[in-house]
Design a protein around this ligand. Structure first.
Ligand SMILES: [Zn+2]
Ligand SMILES: [Zn+2]
Length: 445
């Protein structure tokens, strides 16, 4: 008898879940045309980081029209001429948890080459006054549109959740200073502090209709480092009268490779890449200096600190060995602005989301993905893991093209590529469904 009762409760629950999913699907059906139009409009009108003026005001107005209490202009940057275009939208719906959803708003200085009818033709001047094209080459337009769709669903489903929703439109993700700018402007003081923070990011590595999740470290911290190697210049025919910074730079670059291979534990992922080297002007001149630019990636903060200390020790040590005088020692400068923390997906929250995604999208559409050494600034919103946070991947590639790419070994255009082109409709539908289901799970009555 007991068994029978339990079975019928279970059947009842499953039926309820199935019908909730059907009605969510029907609700999304009704919005699809308008979501597509919004996406194409945003895609054709991208704005660079720190300049998200029109995008943020569109985003704010849409949320205001849905009944959210919206504050614009949130964000304080280090440079006074940069306006904070952050948006915070709040909806209170009784007692319950506070859940933050984040979308980024900015685009990239990339010239779009997709030839899609809604491709961006936008050109502008960058901060250095150079003419650049602008493209949503990271798919932040997918994120914005998914957020707007989710915001609408949650208004319509208000009787199914309780608590406070905090939707934020974050500027300047690509320059990794937008999340910090919003926190610096009192994000968690002027507005309710969240119990959970969630974001999604589109990816060409997953087919559209699917989502991916990574418990624990998902994206690495990134730190920019400048090294100025100073020598004593002179005539190229008379090396004995000089200290050649070009040879020193070559030694430094090779020696830096031993940090990851010989000093770091193989169980702690780390990357040191020298992405730029500049020195010298002519065949027969030994220059006075060579400048290197590095990116340093790691998951754990202690690993990052160790990598940075080793970079400085090795660089300075090689200069000493070459007889560079103390007053010409290399200058190693760790950037305080071109830096971002790792994205750590709280394991318990991530599992909760994965369960919600399976219910909403089906087991076959929810993939446990691998961490990557790319970076994001979403991690700052967790205040050093104090607030459980999770970012999940939203598949954006056509299934047949992805299969073909795997078979032939020819990769599809990646994020930031001038050819990156997510398949809009199923990607947006899945983004809205996944995000709405995640919120309903965390805030259910
Ligand atoms: Zn990006
Ligand atoms: Zn991005």
């Amino acid at each position: 008898m007991r068994c029978l009762v339990l079975t019928s409760i279970l059947i009842c629950m499953l039926t309820a879940t199935a019908s909730a999913q059907q009605s969510l699907d029907a609700m999304i059906d009704r919005e699809t045309a308008s979501l597509l139009a919004t996406y194409k409009m945003l895609h054709a009108a991208p704005e660079l980081s720190h300049r998200e003026e029109k995008t943020s005001s569109f985003f704010a107005n849409q949320l205001r029209a849905l009944g959210y209490t919206v504050t614009e202009g949130v964000g304080k940057f280090d440079r006074a001429e940069w306006v904070g275009h952050g948006v915070v939208a709040v909806m209170k719906n009784g007692d319950g948890p506070t859940v933050l959803l984040r979308t980024d708003l900015d685009a990239l200085p990339v010239e779009e080459k997709t030839e899609l009818p809604y491709a961006s033709k936008v050109k502008t001047k960058n901060d250095s006054g150079q003419d650049v094209s602008v493209m949503h080459a990271c798919g932040h337009d997918i994120h914005i549109t998914s957020m707007l769709g989710t915001a609408k669903m949650l208004v319509q489903l208000k009787d199914q959740w309780r608590g406070t929703l905090l939707l934020i439109g974050q500027p300047a993700e690509e320059t990794i200073d937008g999340a910090r700018a919003m926190l610096k402007d009192g994000l968690y003081m002027r507005f309710p502090r969240p119990d959970y923070a969630i974001a999604l990011h589109d990816t060409p590595d997953l087919e559209t209709g699917k989502v991916g999740y990574v418990p624990g470290y998902a994206l690495a911290s990134a730190t920019a480092v400048d090294i100025k190697i100073r020598g004593l210049g002179g005539h190229g025919s008379k090396p004995e009268a000089t200290k050649d910074p070009i040879v020193l730079a070559a030694q430094v670059i090779l020696a830096l490779q031993t940090i990851v291979s010989r000093e770091n534990s193989p169980l702690d992922p780390a990357v040191i890449t020298v992405g730029s080297i500049h020195g010298g002007t002519r065949y027969n001149i030994i220059p006075d200096e060579v400048n290197l630019q590095l990116t340093v990636r790691a998951y754990k903060e202690e690993v990052r600190q160790k990598l940075l200390a080793s970079i400085e020790r090795i660089t300075k040590g090689i200069a000493v060995a070459a007889g560079i005088p103390n007053d010409r020692a290399p200058i190693v400068k760790v950037s305080e602005t071109e830096v971002t923390t790792a994205t750590y997906n709280d394991p318990a929250l991530t599992e909760t989301l994965a369960v919600a995604f399976v219910k909403a999208l089906g087991q076959e559409n929810v993939i446990k993905a691998s961490p990557i050494m790319g970076s994001e600034d979403f991690g700052y919103l967790s205040l050093d893991h104090q607030i459980p946070a999770a970012m999940f991947w939203l598949g954006a590639s056509d299934a047949a093209r992805l299969r073909q790419s795997k078979e032939t070994g020819t990769p599809l255009p990646s994020l930031h590529s001038s050819l990156f082109a997510p398949v809009p409709e199923p990607t947006l539908r899945t983004g809205v469904k996944a995000m709405t289901s995640a919120v309903l799970e965390l805030m259910k009555k």
